[in-house]
Design a protein around this ligand. Structure first.
Ligand SMILES: [Zn+2]
Length: 351
């Protein structure tokens, strides 16, 4: 696992309900540098979300964010741009900050480690997609549905995974009746809870990607009504309408032999390290070695089928067996109760 150095440089586009919380999390984690892009101002209507405070109303979101984040962790270098990346000038500035090699003179394509998209509209996502495809820059997209009860994050690696133009964007179906959520004259719903969860998932996967630990989800959805988290992988579309995406796809295919060779070397090295191979895995007596954890899962401890847990869940407390033994200590009490009962019956017979 790597450690945060001053070189880790995420660029955050959009500091609304998800982006501002993600920025705060990254700042508190001590990310080296953070570039922020937004063109909006803080409004009183934003107070049903996290991060911004009433006294910041009227400030640009970038200025307000820098004020709060610098206060939380003065060691994080913050750079902010108050511009709309869907305008010509905004897009050019966005591209030049991606291309800037100030912090990564040797990094290919782009000068930042990761772009996080926390924008709230299709045009802005397409602008991030265009810039990242052109510069071969990995990015993570995030979104919360208009009904505020579901959201998603998605990892986009140009040429390797589907880009934003490759396929219609995936959203998590909430199953809520739209009529109960949308009414005339009432603006789109917004919940700090859903936004907080999505920001947490986004930053968790950002940390895994940048610090190289765990598994980074290619796509992770969140349906709050069912607490359902669908996940999936999306391959790039060979007929994608984005020319830069097609270029990256070609490069990715061309680099396949080198990638396969590297994977083979890695697997061979790992196989050499694997000294815990089972002895006589195949034998004429059909004897097999069962892992302790499997015994536990299959309920072999004797606690019955009610004790079987779904895959991936374990108990924090000791097994139920330990607790079932406890009433045994009460046997004496029960015995006394029984004796008293017996004496009462005898007394009754004697009278
Ligand atoms: Zn594409």
């Amino acid at each position: 696992m790597r450690e945060f150095g001053s070189s880790l440089l995420p660029l955050l586009s959009g500091i609304g309900g998800v982006g501002s919380v993600a920025a705060e999390m990254l700042t508190r984690c001590g990310i080296g540098r953070l570039l922020l892009y937004d063109y909006d101002k803080v409004e009183l209507a934003n107070m049903n979300r996290l991060f911004f405070r009433p006294e910041q109303v009227g400030m640009t979101k970038t200025d307000a964010a820098v004020q709060t984040l610098a206060d939380i962790n003065p060691d994080v270098v913050l750079e902010s741009y108050t511009m709309n990346i869907t305008t010509v000038q905004g897009f050019e500035t966005f591209m030049s900050s991606l291309k800037s090699k100030t912090f990564h003179p040797t990094k290919e394509g782009s000068g930042v480690d990761l772009v996080l998209s926390c924008v709230d509209n299709y045009e802005a996502r397409m602008a991030v997609n265009q810039a990242c495809n052109e510069l071969n820059q990995t990015w993570m997209e995030s979104g919360v549905s208009e009904d505020a009860v579901s959201g998603h994050i998605q990892l986009l690696i140009p040429g390797e995974t589907a880009c934003f133009a490759c396929a219609p964007p995936l959203v998590v179906a909430s199953g809520v009746d739209e009529r109960t959520l949308k009414r005339e004259g009432v603006c789109a719903a917004s919940l700090p809870t859903t936004m907080g969860v999505v920001a947490g998932l986004l930053v968790q996967n950002t940390l895994k990607l940048l610090l190289q630990f765990g598994h980074v989800s290619p796509y992770l959805g969140y349906n709050s009504l069912k607490d359902y988290f669908p996940t999936m992988e999306m391959r790039p579309n060979p007929q994608c309408s984005n020319a830069a995406c097609l270029e990256r796809q070609k490069e990715y295919i061309l680099a396949k032999p080198a990638r396969d060779a590297a994977a083979k070397t890695k697997m061979e090295a790992e196989a050499l390290l694997d000294i815990e191979l089972p002895l006589h895995a195949d034998n004429e007596w059909s004897i097999s070695v069962v892992d302790d954890s499997e015994l536990e899962r299959s309920g072999a401890s004797g606690s019955g089928p009610a004790d079987t847990l779904p895959e991936g869940l374990t108990r924090e407390l000791p097994s139920a067996d330990e607790f079932q033994k406890l009433p045994a200590a009460d046997t004496t009490t029960t015995a006394i109760d029984d004796l008293e009962e017996l004496r009462k019956q005898l007394d009754a017979l004697n009278t």
